[in-house]
Every structure is written in C-alpha cells, then in structure tokens.
Design a protein around this ligand. Structure first.
Ligand SMILES: *[C@@H]1O[C@H](CO)[C@@H](O)[C@H](O)[C@H]1NC(C)=O
Ligand SMILES: *[C@@H]1O[C@H](CO)[C@@H](O)[C@H](O)[C@H]1NC(C)=O
Ligand SMILES: *[C@@H]1O[C@H](CO)[C@@H](O)[C@H](O)[C@H]1NC(C)=O
Ligand SMILES: *[C@@H]1O[C@H](CO)[C@@H](O)[C@H](O)[C@H]1NC(C)=O
Ligand SMILES: *[C@@H]1O[C@H](CO)[C@@H](O)[C@H](O)[C@H]1NC(C)=O
Ligand SMILES: *[C@@H]1O[C@H](CO)[C@@H](O)[C@H](O)[C@H]1NC(C)=O
Ligand SMILES: *[C@@H]1O[C@H](CO)[C@@H](O)[C@H](O)[C@H]1NC(C)=O
Ligand SMILES: *[C@@H]1O[C@H](CO)[C@@H](O)[C@H](O)[C@H]1NC(C)=O
Ligand SMILES: *[C@@H]1O[C@H](CO)[C@@H](O)[C@H](O)[C@H]1NC(C)=O
Ligand SMILES: *[C@@H]1O[C@H](CO)[C@@H](O)[C@H](O)[C@H]1NC(C)=O
Length: 514
C-alpha cells in the first residue's frame, strides 16, 4: 500500500467512527471493578475504531479503586481537526488530586510528520491507587477521538523488595539501577529522593510517561501516604522527602521495564538546605543547566553506571559558587572535589569529573552550567590550563567493579609543558601508579610509584610532550588525586624540552642509590 493510499484509508477510519457509539453525558460516569478482574472495561465501547466525540462535549469519569488495589488505564485522545488551539483537552486527575493536562497539540504536530503514528498518538497509560482518579474530557471547538479501557489489580504490594540503608555519613548515595520490584530505603533521619532521567533520547518523550507507574510512599508500606509518582518527582525539579525514616517505592501493574531511569536516595541530613534539586542526564552535550541558588542552594546530580561514563564540566556562567562532589553533597565535605565560579572558566575549565554519581551545588547566585559527556573535550588540551585527575571513585568508598586498572590519557596537538604533583595516592596492597609523558610517541618521562617507591606528595615535576598518561593498578580499592598545570611551549629544540626529565632521572637515580 502506498503511503497515499494508506492516508486515505486512515481518513476513512477516522470519519467512519459512528457518532452512535458516543453516549450523552448525564453526569459523572462511575467505574467500579468487575467481578472477574480479567475483564477489561471499555469506554465508550471496545470498538477498534476509536469513537469521535462531537464539539462542546464535556464529561467526567470517576474510576474507583478499593484500598490496596490499583487500576491501569489506557487512554486515546486525538482532536480530529487541525487545531493548534489549546481548547480541546483531556485532563487526568490522580488519587492525589494532581492534574495532568495531556499535551495534544504536540502529539498532533508530531503525527503530521509520520503517518503511521496516527494509529498510536493520543494513546497513554495512567495508574490509579485508592481512592481512584478521574478523567475529564472537554472537546470545545473541535471534535475528537476518545476512548479508554480500565483494568483493576487487587494487590499492589510487590512480592520482592530491594532494601537499603542510607546515613548522613555516606558519601555515595544509593541509586537503583532498575525499577521493576519494590524498594525500601531507611535513613538515619529522613529519606531524600530524586529521579534521574534516561540519557537515551529514545527513552524520553512518551516513554518517560511510564514513570507514572512508579509510586513513592512516605513510610514503611504501600498503606503509607503516597508522595507522588516518579514522573511527578522528575518534573518537580525538587527532592521528595519522607516525614519519617523510611520510604517505600513500588511499580504498579501492568509491569513496565524502566531500566533506563534511576531513583537516588540519600539521608536528608545532607540535602536539607537544597531547594531546587534534579537529576540530569544526556548524551553528548547537555542542554545548559540553569541553577538558581540565590536564596538557597540549587543542586543537580548526574549518574553513570559503574563509573564508566563521566562528566566534562565545560563552563559556569553567572553568579555564585559551584561545589562539585563525587557522590552526594555532604555536610562534612569530605568528598568535595572542586569549587568553581565564572572566573574559573579561563584557567580551570574544562575539567573531567569521574565517579558513579556527581553532585553539583550552586550557592549564592544564579548560574548556567554546561556539561558534556564527550570526554575528548576534557582530555585534549587546547590552551593553558590547570586541573586535576582523580581515580574514578575518589573519596566515595566504591570498590572497582573490574579488577582495578585505571588508565587516563591527556594529550595535545603541539608540545605542552606538563607540570604535575600527586596530592594523594593509596599505594598500599600492591597498588602502583605510573606516570608517563610522551613527545610524538617517544617516552620522555616515566616513573612507577608503589609501596617501595613512594612519591613525595605535593611536589611538582614536569616534562614537555604531547601526551601524558596515568596508569593506576590496584586490588579493588584505591584512590589517587593528581594536580596538573599545562602550558603551551614554543617548539623548542628537543634537548631543551627533555632537560628537566634528564635532571629528574639523575635525581631519582641518586635517590635510589642513597
Ligand atoms: C467487544 O466486546 C464484545 C462483547 O461485549 C466481544 O464480542 C468482542 O469480541 C469485543 N471486541 C474486541 C475488539 O475486544
Ligand atoms: C495543520 O496545521 C499545521 C500548522 O498550522 C500546518 O503546517 C499543516 O499544513 C496543517 N495540516 C493540514 C492537513 O491542514
Ligand atoms: C497553547 O498553550 C501554549 C502554552 O500554554 C501557548 O504558548 C500557546 O500560545 C497556546 N496556543 C493557542 C493557540 O492558544
Ligand atoms: C539496614 O540496617 C538495619 C539495622 O541496622 C539492618 O538490620 C539491615 O540489615 C540493614 N539493611 C541493609 C540492606 O543493609
Ligand atoms: C494495608 O492495610 C490493609 C488494611 O487496610 C491490611 O490488610 C494490609 O495488611 C496492610 N498492608 C501492609 C503492607 O501493611
Ligand atoms: C553552553 O552551551 C550552549 C549550548 O551548547 C552554548 O550555546 C553556550 O555558549 C555554552 N556556554 C558557555 C559559557 O560555554
Ligand atoms: C603484587 O602484584 C604482582 C604483579 O601485579 C603480583 O605478581 C603479586 O602476586 C602481587 N602480590 C600480592 C601480595 O598480591
Ligand atoms: C613532533 O611532530 C611534529 C609533526 O609531526 C613535528 O612538527 C615536531 O617537530 C615533532 N616534535 C618533536 C619534538 O619531535
Ligand atoms: C598536599 O596538599 C594538600 C592540598 O593542599 C594538603 O591537604 C595536604 O596536606 C598536602 N600534603 C602534604 C604531604 O604536604
Ligand atoms: C588482591 O587481594 C586479595 C586479598 O587481599 C589477595 O588474595 C589477592 O592475591 C590480591 N590479588 C592481586 C592480583 O594482587
């Protein structure tokens, strides 16, 4: 079938939907669970052709849900005339009286681009717990296709739970890597929860609405007050905070597999002064992140599974001070890695930031922060700059998921003078740290530190080259922190650039001898 014919076919379907299917609205329509819970309840009919509702049609549908039960709604709504007006709406009002207005203008524009999506747009999932929720249609100046089905489930408490504890001493928050079973987290004081979106664009958009099925309860069971859904949490740009020490999170049926979204749990002791707090993720360059820390701290956290991906902090513009923590913000600041302001851009940025979770906290101003997950930006030197390289899990107490081998290269097109000093390194338990500088692939500086050959901390060495390599080998645990300062050199005769290295090598030889 050509797309032209298909379009005609779809138009026939759209117009063929009988007005006979559309009942008159004579007041709120009540929906209660059927005797047989396998029965799908349809409104207005189960017709595979979605019925078309006339202009100026208004009605309210009440879906009742008994205590401990849930209902699952699939809803289709699509204005049939090409209106970009906002008049024709369906609103979904959930068990917490929170209203979600479905954005059909967007849906309509989306489907003008892609003919097949006409079949699927306007189709959305909603989940209600007791006492239930409402759906409100108001077609106003256009007719609209509208249909929904309801299914009830008599048990919301999941069979399986993950359990975790968080305390004010933790530098690393607890992050779920899946949302397909229950999660119960206990804090020392209260639990802070944020949602981190998927970095994959194909899991954004309507896929993200599946987060409506994840409910967050303020207490030790599904009978506790529901704080909201993971989608509401994500859109709030705030943390949810429990009133007691325990939070319970459950996925509602029908099951959805949300492996690409994370919930992050911390002790509220550390996050209590933060007002604006969101999870950020992206592929490549993130949209600029606007933070308002003028009245109280504003924060965002990023996550990379197993610490394989990292952030490259590009720029901070505006006012205020940006603190970067590996892990979560802590009162002790033991895992505070660096602080930036607009003035840092010139010399201190870009900067590579590693770890599984990174938390950025802005205080005393309003700033726009640019980060990217394109690590080449951070590893290739283009100008004079200062910065640091850390082990991936520095100060977070996380053990290496792989054996314990970490290698980082920093490089430039033309020779730079690499000056560096080791501020902190763990060389116990057979760990080693190798630092090398190469100039056009010839090794001009090389040293291996270990338990026998310990470095002098905070003592700078330098070498001129086009690549600096750091290799750290450890047995599951270990940390290092190295400061660097790179300055472009004019192409100098090679004997001159190697001079400091030669001196250093002799010095080391002497050190070994004596
Ligand atoms: C609609 O319901 C009728 C009976 O109520 C049933 O015979 C029919 O198979 C259903 N159609 C669909 C598409 O589910
Ligand atoms: C629908 O409206 C959009 C935006 O105004 C317009 O670009 C498009 O051509 C219209 N489509 C039809 C079928 O009228
Ligand atoms: C629809 O609503 C959006 C946002 O609320 C607004 O920007 C837009 O101008 C509105 N369009 C019309 C036609 O009213
Ligand atoms: C949480 O702490 C409690 C009390 O100290 C302990 O019994 C429980 O095993 C801990 N749970 C986890 C998952 O560590
Ligand atoms: C929730 O409350 C119901 C009664 O209202 C009770 O039967 C059930 O055991 C409770 N569930 C939990 C997990 O406490
Ligand atoms: C931040 O990123 C945006 C978009 O990538 C870019 O337009 C802007 O210039 C960047 N700001 C700074 C200060 O680098
Ligand atoms: C230390 O490392 C070396 C080489 O990596 C290995 O051969 C040796 O067995 C290790 N020693 C201990 C005590 O783990
Ligand atoms: C490195 O290579 C570049 C071009 O390949 C050359 O211009 C430069 O002189 C070389 N530097 C040294 C120190 O060999
Ligand atoms: C090295 O420098 C860091 C940061 O300035 C400092 O905390 C540490 O005490 C210094 N260590 C030594 C051995 O000088
Ligand atoms: C790592 O440490 C464990 C326990 O301390 C030891 O048994 C093992 O041999 C070590 N492995 C290496 C390769 O050093």
């Amino acid at each position: 079938m050509s797309s032209h014919n298909l379009f005609g076919f779809i138009l026939i379907i759209l117009h063929g939907a009988g007005a006979a299917d559309v009942p008159e609205c004579t007041g709120t329509v009540q929906f209660n669970p059927p005797k047989n819970l396998d029965t799908l309840i349809w409104y207005p009919t189960n017709s595979s052709v979605v019925p078309t509702f006339p202009m100026n049609y208004e009605c309210l549908y009440q879906i009742n849900v008994p205590q401990g039960w849930s209902s699952y709604i699939e809803l289709k709504f699509l204005p049939t005339t090409n209106t970009t007006a906002n008049n024709s709406v369906v609103q979904v009002i959930d068990f917490n009286q929170r209203v979600e207005k479905l954005d059909f203008t967007l849906v309509y524009l989306e489907c003008t681009r892609c003919i097949f999506s006409i079949y699927y747009t306007g189709y959305d999932q909603f989940y209600f717990i007791a006492p239930g929720g409402r759906i409100k249609i108001s077609t106003k100046d256009t007719s609209a296709q509208f249909q929904f089905s309801v299914l009830w489930f008599s048990e919301i408490n999941p069979k399986d739970y993950d359990y975790a504890n968080v305390t004010g001493l933790d530098t690393q928050p607890y992050v779920t890597d899946h949302l397909f079973q229950g999660i119960q987290v206990t804090a020392e004081t209260r639990v802070s929860i944020i949602a981190i979106p998927s970095s994959d664009p194909s899991y954004r958009g309507s896929y993200m609405n599946k987060l409506r099925s994840i409910l967050i309860f303020d207490g030790p069971s599904v009978n506790s007050t529901c704080l909201g859904t993971a989608l509401q949490l994500l859109h709030s740009n705030r943390q949810y905070v429990t009133s007691g020490r325990v939070v319970t999170v459950i996925p509602l049926p029908k099951p959805t597999y949300l492996n690409n979204y994370q919930l992050m749990f911390q002790d509220f002791k550390n996050t209590k002064d933060i007002t604006e707090y969101r999870g950020v993720s992206c592929q490549g360059y993130c949209d600029p992140i606007i933070m308002d820390g003028s009245k109280s701290p504003s924060a965002f956290s990023t996550f990379s599974d197993s610490g394989f991906a990292n952030d490259c902090l590009m720029s901070v513009s505006g006012t205020g001070n940006l603190d970067v923590y590996y892990g979560g913000k802590t009162d002790s600041k033991s895992n505070l890695i660096a602080s930036y302001s607009e003035a840092s851009n010139e010399l201190m940025l870009p900067q590579l930031l590693r770890g599984v979770v990174r938390t950025y906290v802005l205080t005393g101003g309003i700033a726009t922060v640019n980060i990217t997950h394109n690590l080449e930006i951070c590893r290739s030197i283009k100008k004079n700059q200062k910065g640091f390289i850390t082990s991936p899990f520095y100060k977070t107490g996380i053990t290496f998921p792989w054996f314990g081998y970490d290698s980082i290269n920093v490089y430039s097109d033309t020779p730079y003078k690499y000056t560096f000093n080791i501020q902190d390194v763990d060389l116990s338990k057979n760990s080693s740290l190798q630092l090398s500088v190469f100039n056009n692939n010839s090794r001009v500086y090389d040293i291996v530190y270990n338990e026998i050959n310990l470095p002098s901390l905070n003592q700078s060495v330098n070498a001129v080259g086009t690549r600096w390599t750091i290799i750290y080998a450890c047995n599951k645990t270990g940390d290092y922190f190295i400061n660097y300062d790179v300055v472009k050199v004019n192409s100098a005769p090679s004997y001159l650039s190697n001079f400091p290295v030669t001196v250093l090598s002799i010095w080391m030889l002497l050190r070994i001898i004596f």
